[in-house]
Design a binder for this molecule. Structure first.
Ligand SMILES: *[C@@H]1O[C@H](CO)[C@@H](O)[C@H](O)[C@H]1NC(C)=O
Ligand SMILES: *[C@@H]1O[C@H](CO)[C@@H](O)[C@H](O)[C@H]1NC(C)=O
Ligand SMILES: *[C@@H]1O[C@H](CO)[C@@H](O)[C@H](O)[C@H]1NC(C)=O
Ligand SMILES: *[C@@H]1O[C@H](CO)[C@@H](O)[C@H](O)[C@H]1NC(C)=O
Ligand SMILES: *[C@@H]1O[C@H](CO)[C@@H](O)[C@H](O)[C@H]1NC(C)=O
Ligand SMILES: *[C@@H]1O[C@H](CO)[C@@H](O)[C@H](O)[C@H]1NC(C)=O
Ligand SMILES: *[C@@H]1O[C@H](CO)[C@@H](O)[C@H](O)[C@H]1NC(C)=O
Ligand SMILES: *[C@@H]1O[C@H](CO)[C@@H](O)[C@H](O)[C@H]1NC(C)=O
Ligand SMILES: *[C@@H]1O[C@H](CO)[C@@H](O)[C@H](O)[C@H]1NC(C)=O
Ligand SMILES: *[C@@H]1O[C@H](CO)[C@@H](O)[C@H](O)[C@H]1NC(C)=O
Ligand SMILES: *[C@@H]1O[C@H](CO)[C@@H](O)[C@H](O)[C@H]1NC(C)=O
Length: 532
């Protein structure tokens, strides 16, 4: 009896030992020390130096005489200093194909190669880096299809801005979903459907699928994310109320520039933390739901380029944080809705392309105290340009182009202390250019083309020290170009600097005629451009 038991015990013991040997044996073979890690890094270094003969990044500083690689630029090690766990060579001038032996670093948790010009396909080898928690390959020129099935520990994945990674994503999602919190696939060439890919990604919070070629239905599980963007794809179908569950935790929802249709469900108000709702550029119809007025955190509402009915719900006036309101291109027609004159909280008001007729004054929008950007272009407003605009002291961008305004440009417009863009082109304006416009020292952009303006160009325009774009083409102006005009744009630094400091948090998601490029302008040196 006793002997038998001992025998069994010893058999089990031997088996156990054998198992241990087996496990450690395989690990040793794959490399499990700082020495093997160092060896792999040196291989990486010579590979990169081979691919990049000039203009090398800081991996060139990796010094084999330094006994531990843990001090090398961009390399990080485990707390005990025994293994390499991170490589960060972002912005290191790396070009050529991607290194295909990262999996030999068996404890690698973070790999950041963003901001280089790495091309070719993502190598098979990367799939074996099963310890990876963070993978950032964004801002490269990688291509081919995505087959990341082995990265089961991944929490953050960024493949954005490669422009050429293609094919459908169903191979990788949900395969690598288990721990995923951030997935950014933006600005690539992905195609196929998305509606079945993320159901099992229970930890996902940020999903950016924007600027690809996705088709089919929208993924209906998005309400449990913090941010969901699928903008600039070809997703179609309608939104159903049940997508907006009552525990919706969205802060940013961007569905702009797709083919979505039908009504916007009132259940959207279940998303109580929503700050940005962008539905610009779809085929939505019906009423704007009054329930939106209950989302008190809302800062940006972009409903432009759709076919919403022209009744704007009173409840929206309750949104005290609403700074950006875009209802452009909804073809509202008729007189501008009077309610816009009561959005006293709004800073950006975009109503271009709505076929409005008549005047602006009666709506009261020219009395809104905070408006900094007003775009009423591409309508059919008529009558004289309102002098009242000169009282809008926070105005930065004013676009009244492509209307039927008549009469002269009010000299009072020279009193707008913060004006940076004034676009009055494509109207029927007459008379001469007021010298008072020379007082606009922050003006970057002055467009008066295609009117019937007459007389000389006033030399005072030369006082516009920030002015970089001036277009006076297709008028009936006479005389020479005054030599003072050579002074325009001599010092735009101050204007750009003040924009940088103000740094409005949400950049409006919608295009606006002409001046959209202003939002991207840094205070770099632009040569003034004059067209006459
Ligand atoms: C990349 O190349 C540029 C231009 O030669 C150089 O100024 C820059 O320092 C390099 N970056 C790194 C990280 O070495
Ligand atoms: C990599 O380094 C860059 C700059 O050196 C830094 O901005 C970035 O956050 C680092 N990446 C990670 C994952 O720590
Ligand atoms: C990836 O790298 C880019 C550029 O270095 C950075 O802007 C981005 O935040 C990184 N992505 C993540 C998820 O950390
Ligand atoms: C994107 O993929 C399509 C085919 O699906 C191809 O015709 C196109 O050239 C690709 N674009 C880029 C930038 O690779
Ligand atoms: C995804 O990446 C793009 C480009 O790198 C960036 O602009 C965008 O903010 C990122 N999305 C998220 C949700 O972080
Ligand atoms: C949110 O609500 C939906 C149904 O309304 C439910 O299925 C889901 O489990 C809830 N999620 C969380 C995180 O509570
Ligand atoms: C605005 O909010 C107040 C206070 O919460 C509420 O009583 C009122 O009904 C709301 N107005 C509209 C038009 O929803
Ligand atoms: C303005 O009215 C004219 C004449 O009725 C019409 O042809 C034109 O399409 C309208 N333009 C806009 C932008 O609504
Ligand atoms: C702009 O003015 C030019 C010259 O007068 C004219 O030929 C052209 O048709 C105008 N363009 C528009 C869109 O009115
Ligand atoms: C504006 O320009 C005019 C004519 O060029 C000049 O006489 C005047 O001094 C300038 N005013 C200022 C404030 O610079
Ligand atoms: C441009 O303007 C700023 C602020 O007014 C001033 O500090 C700077 O000296 C000016 N630069 C030039 C070249 O005139």
């Amino acid at each position: 009896m006793k002997k038998k038991k001992n025998q069994a015990f010893s058999w089990r013991f031997t088996f156990f030992m054998f198992l241990i040997l087996l496990i450690t044996g395989t690990v040793v073979a794959a490399g499990d020390s700082l020495d093997t890690d160092k060896h792999v890094l040196l291989k990486l270094k010579s590979y990169l130096e081979e691919q990049n003969r000039v203009n090398r990044g800081r991996y060139s500083e990796w010094d084999t005489r330094n006994s531990t690689p843990c001090q090398w630029y961009g390399v990080s090690c485990s707390p005990d200093g025994q293994r390499v766990i991170g490589i960060n060579l972002s912005d290191n001038n790396i070009s050529g194909d991607m290194f295909n032996q990262f999996s030999a670093l068996t404890e690698l948790r973070e790999l950041d190669l963003s901001g280089n010009t790495i091309g070719g396909a993502i190598p098979e080898d990367l799939n074996r880096c099963s310890s990876l928690v963070y993978l950032n390959l964004s801002h490269n020129i990688l291509e081919g299809e995505l087959k990341l099935t082995g990265l089961n520990s991944l929490e953050k994945l960024d493949l954005s801005m490669n422009r050429r990674i293609e094919g459908d994503i169903e191979v990788s999602f949900p395969a690598i979903c288990k721990r995923l919190v951030i997935a950014n696939l933006s600005t690539n060439n992905f195609s196929g459907t998305i509606d079945k890919c993320f159901d099992e990604c229970w930890n996902l919070q940020y999903l950016d699928l924007s600027s690809n070629n996705f088709v089919g239905q929208i993924w209906s599980g998005f309400a449990r994310l913090v941010e969901y963007s699928v903008s600039e794809n070809s997703v179609s179908g309608a939104l159903s109320g049940s997508m907006f569950t009552n525990n919706c935790s969205l802060q940013v929802l961007d569905l702009s520039e797709n083919n979505l249709e039908g009504q916007l469900p009132g259940e959207i108000s279940n998303c109580k933390n929503l700050a940005v709702l962008n539905l610009w550029g779809n085929h939505f119809t019906g009423k704007i739901p009054s329930e939106i007025g209950m989302i008190s955190s809302l800062e940006g509402l972009f409903l432009g380029k759709n076919s919403f009915s022209n009744v704007i719900p009173e409840s929206l006036l309750n949104l005290t944080n609403l700074a950006f309101l875009d209802l452009s291109k909804n073809n509202f027609g008729g007189k501008i809705q009077e309610i816009f004159g009561r959005f006293t909280q709004v800073k950006f008001l975009l109503l271009h392309g709505n076929a409005y007729t008549g005047g602006i004054i009666s709506s009261g929008i020219l009395k809104l105290p905070k408006v900094s950007r007003l775009d009423l272009s591409f309508n059919n407003f008529s009558g004289p340009l309102p002098i009242e605009i000169s009282e809008m002291k926070s105005l930065n961008f004013l676009t009244l182009a492509y209307n039927q305004f008549t009469g002269g440009i009010p000299p009072e417009y020279g009193n707008l202390p913060q004006l940076q863009a004034l676009d009055l082109s494509f109207n029927q304006l007459t008379g001469s250019i007021p010298l008072a416009l020379g007082k606009l020292s922050t003006l970057l952009w002055l467009m008066l083309a295609n009117n019937s303006l007459t007389g000389d160009i006033p030399p005072e325009i030369g006082n516009c020290s920030s002015l970089l774009w001036l277009n006076l083409a297709n008028n009936q102006l006479s005389g020479e170009i005054p030599p003072e005009l050579a002074k325009i744009g001599r010092n735009a630094t101050q204007t750009f600097e003040s924009n940088r400091l103000r740094n409005d948090r949400i950049i409006p998601g919608s295009e606006a005629y002409g001046i959209s490029c202003l939002k991207d302008m840094e205070f770099s040196k632009y040569a003034p451009q004059v067209q006459q």
